[in-house]
Design a protein around this ligand. Structure first.
Ligand SMILES: *Cc1c(COP(=O)(O)O)cnc(C)c1O
Length: 379
């Protein structure tokens, strides 16, 4: 028997059978991504995306060929606009983890005047400070990460959205780790621009990403060029709204995204998937407590549904723990891949994610392996 590699990471994991079934069929019957063959597939994917996320009336999804980070660059480069054409657009980026820092870095690199409200990893942004920075710097936009993967916590998206709305700022949110797996009402949260990818909460392959843009803003975005060639949402949308795409787009990947959306629908949509993730977390977090592991958390920052950040216990070396779990092939035929923390937390915290197509029994078996591997080090 070969060992099954269980991914307890957020990027690549086992996918629904429906998604995996696409590639062999497509290999026999590849589709040229043009005109009459592309339009219906693209149209179905976009409609199912709007429906799954409940934004048919308010937002349109622009599809991109890249991973999630490409969609961050596309959103910043296309949707952050200056009301005064004699100066660069200005953005306030709020960061409390690796992806907020990435957003600030990208904003700066593409020439946006960037104010960076940089907090310690996992710390809740102070709303008065956000408002002060927005007003003082007269920014055009506010950028936030919703599901904060580096600390497995959730940022106050709706509260900051209320500030953006009241002050008339474009609100750009990285929802790569929260779309499909956290309750999100784009309109209630006043989100103008929501960044997503197809591999994380949607359970497809990491080939495509998308940006949901509020319909009136998308019309404006179409009127001028974005700051980054290729990752230009206006250019893409002008073509996509009539069923095309300005470049080669991977139809196999589009069909896999459609299969992933159908599979999500079978699970009861976003709320059904959230319920599955919540039951995994109930089991896992009770198990961590029992083993004596401490959760990394900060006041006012709820835990993310996709995973848990844990303090590395005294006397334990993370790299040994990860290696032992990755080579855990005895007894149950499974081995487990866990994830280190990012940036400044890496030597104190590690992360265990609960994404993908795994049964609750898999997580029970993992807890036993985790306990044994920890005991091996602490005696
Ligand atoms: C994973 C992740 C990204 C980066 O996505 P890639 O697909 O690796 O480019 C960005 N933001 C958040 C919140 C993420 O979780």
């Amino acid at each position: 028997m070969t060992t099954k590699n269980i991914s307890l990471t957020p990027a690549v994991f086992h996918l629904p059978h429906r998604v995996n079934a696409i590639a062999p069929i497509y290999a026999e019957n590849p589709i040229v991504p043009r005109g009459p063959r592309l339009a219906p597939i693209l149209g179905r994917v976009q409609e199912k995306l709007r429906k799954a996320l409940g934004c048919q009336e308010t937002h349109d999804p622009v599809m991109l060929t890249c991973s999630g980070s490409g969609a961050i660059a596309a959103a910043l480069g296309s949707c952050v606009r200056s009301k005064d054409s004699t100066r660069n657009p200005r953005i306030l980026v709020i960061s409390n983890g690796a992806y907020g820092e990435r957003q600030a870095r990208y904003a700066n690199q593409i020439g946006l005047s960037t104010t960076h409200y940089a907090l310690a990893y996992g710390e809740r942004p102070d709303l008065d400070e956000v408002e002060r920075l927005v007003t003082e710097n007269d920014v055009d936009a506010i950028g936030l990460v919703h599901g904060a993967t580096s600390t497995c916590s959730v940022n106050p998206m709706t509260e900051i959205g209320a500030i953006a709305k009241r002050l008339g700022k474009t609100y750009v949110v990285d929802g790569i780790a929260s779309l499909f797996v956290e309750e999100i009402d784009l309109e209630a949260a006043s989100v103008d621009v929501m960044i997503g990818s197809t591999n994380k909460g949607l359970h497809a392959n990491p080939d495509l990403a998308f940006v949901l843009v509020a319909k009136p803003l998308l019309e404006q975005v179409c009127e001028e060029s974005g700051r980054i060639p290729y990752l230009d949402l206006g250019e893409a949308w002008k073509s996509q709204r009539s069923g095309g795409h300005p470049y080669t787009i991977n139809i196999r990947a589009l069909l896999e995204v459609e299969a992933a959306l159908d599979s999500l629908n079978d699970e009861g949509g976003v709320s059904g998937r959230i319920a599955i993730y919540k039951s995994r977390n109930q089991l896992l977090r009770a198990g961590y407590r029992e083993i004596g592991l401490k959760t990394f958390e900060h006041p006012g920052m709820p835990l993310q549904n996709i995973g848990t950040a844990l303090w590395i216990p005294e006397g334990v070396q993370y790299s040994i723990l990860a290696d032992d779990l990755a080579s855990w092939d005895h007894e149950n035929g499974e081995c487990y891949e866990i994830y280190s923390a990012q940036g400044r937390l890496a030597d104190r915290v590690f992360r265990i994610f609960n994404m993908g197509e795994y049964s609750l029994e898999t997580y029970s078996r993992f807890l036993e392996a985790l306990k044994a591997c920890l005991q091996k080090q602490t005696g």
